[in-house]
Ligand binder design. Structure first.
Ligand code: SAM
Ligand code: SF4
Length: 331
């Protein structure tokens, strides 16, 4: 019987794919991109059909959850047609999107109709000037309207993602949490990762650990450990007396590699086995070299999995450890 599972040399079963549909974005977040980002030529970006073929091969090998990301996935033209095809795949337990929210006001209802089950929306500040400093765009109001549109479209358990930086938005942690609580949203606080060279700040100086964020929160809101787990980097808590779950993504202070269940595919078709390593396998040449040959693609995925590293080694005293920006890898 053919091997229909993806298992790496450390016995970890891969059931979760993060699929980037574009490296382009309408924001330029300082921790994620440079101001003058060089994007890949369009011919190098996978077509919607190629993206579907990649997803299909992973589904055939046992992947149950797909998260669409980028860049900003909602700026990819024709995205809803891809989502509709994926939304029809009964094998998937989850089809989710991570977005900056800027296009949600116009698109939330269409995403829901296409079969998207869950949304993560990035939000680093509720103050317009700070938001503009983080994203290099003056779009807070559009994002807040997008969050309301997502709620109105009926998405359950929307999750906010907040990268916390000392001296820049750590004093807003309670405000952001209470904004989430008032709308029955979940929220994850993220430690910044050293991906790509940034010019706006010294990462070591702005680092704020998940433990620090948790104690800020517990000054006002007791947290109860939640059993919710995604096989990913988030550790979850629940605000006592509220439906809001609080996640902490701690690549520095809490290594989460032991139970890693995921891989990423970039918009250019590079299979990234670990966020913290440069290594990647070129799936685009397999896709374009053997069009329509699903067994060949699945074999390439199985072979690549044998190279998945055991863990990452992010270090605070190194500004850049992986030259690939998060927007290229797909967060
Ligand atoms: N554009 C979408 C968005 O912003 O939600 C999806 C892609 S973005 C790369 C995904 C997530 O990665 C965002 O929540 C963003 O805050 C996070 N991110 C980007 N660069 C990061 C870094 N260096 N360290 C930690 N998180 C980062
Ligand atoms: Fe764009 Fe998301 Fe990166 Fe910000 S974090 S620049 S919104 S891809």
């Amino acid at each position: 019987m053919p091997n229909t599972q993806l298992v790496d040399p450390f016995g970890r079963r891969i059931t979760y794919l993060r699929l980037s549909v574009t490296d382009r974005c309408d924001f330029r977040c300082t921790y994620c991109m440079s101001e003058h980002m060089q994007f890949a030529p369009r011919a190098q970006i996978l077509s919607l059909e190629e993206l579907y073929r990649v997803a299909d091969a992973f589904i055939a090998l046992g992947v149950k959850r797909i998260r669409i990301t980028g860049g900003e996935p909602l700026v990819r033209k024709g995205l809803c047609s891809l989502l509709t095809r994926l939304g029809e795949r009964d094998e998937l337990d989850d089809l989710a999107i991570t977005t900056n929210g800027s296009q949600l006001e116009a698109m939330a209802a269409a995403l829901k109709m296409a079969g998207v089950k869950r949304l993560n929306i990035s939000l680093d500040s509720l103050r317009a000037d700070r938001f503009a400093a983080f994203t290099r765009r003056d779009s807070l109001a559009a994002v807040l309207r997008g969050i309301e549109a997502a709620r109105a479209a009926g998405f359950a358990r929307i999750k906010l993602n907040t990268v916390v930086q000392k001296g820049r938005n750590d004093d807003e942690v309670l405000e952001l949490l209470e904004y989430a609580m008032a709308r029955d949203l979940d929220i994850s606080f993220i430690e910044e990762m050293p991906l790509g060279a940034v010019v706006s700040h010294e990462r070591e100086q702005t680092f704020c650990s998940s433990d620090q964020v948790r104690s800020l929160i517990e000054q006002r809101h007791p947290l109860v450990r939640s059993s919710h787990a995604t096989g990913g980097p988030s550790r979850y808590w629940r605000v006592a007396g509220s439906g809001t779950r609080v996640g902490f993504i701690s690549p520095h202070s809490g290594n989460f590699c032991g139970d890693c269940n995921r891989v990423r595919v970039t918009a250019e078709g590079r299979l990234v086995l670990c966020l913290g390593h440069e290594g990647a396998l070129d799936l685009r040449s397999v896709l374009r070299g053997s069009p329509g040959d699903s067994p060949r693609l699945q074999q390439a995925l199985r072979e690549a999995l044998q190279l998945k590293p055991e863990r990452h080694h992010f270090r605070l005293d190194q500004q850049v450890q992986v030259v690939r920006f998060m927007s290229v890898t797909g967060g």
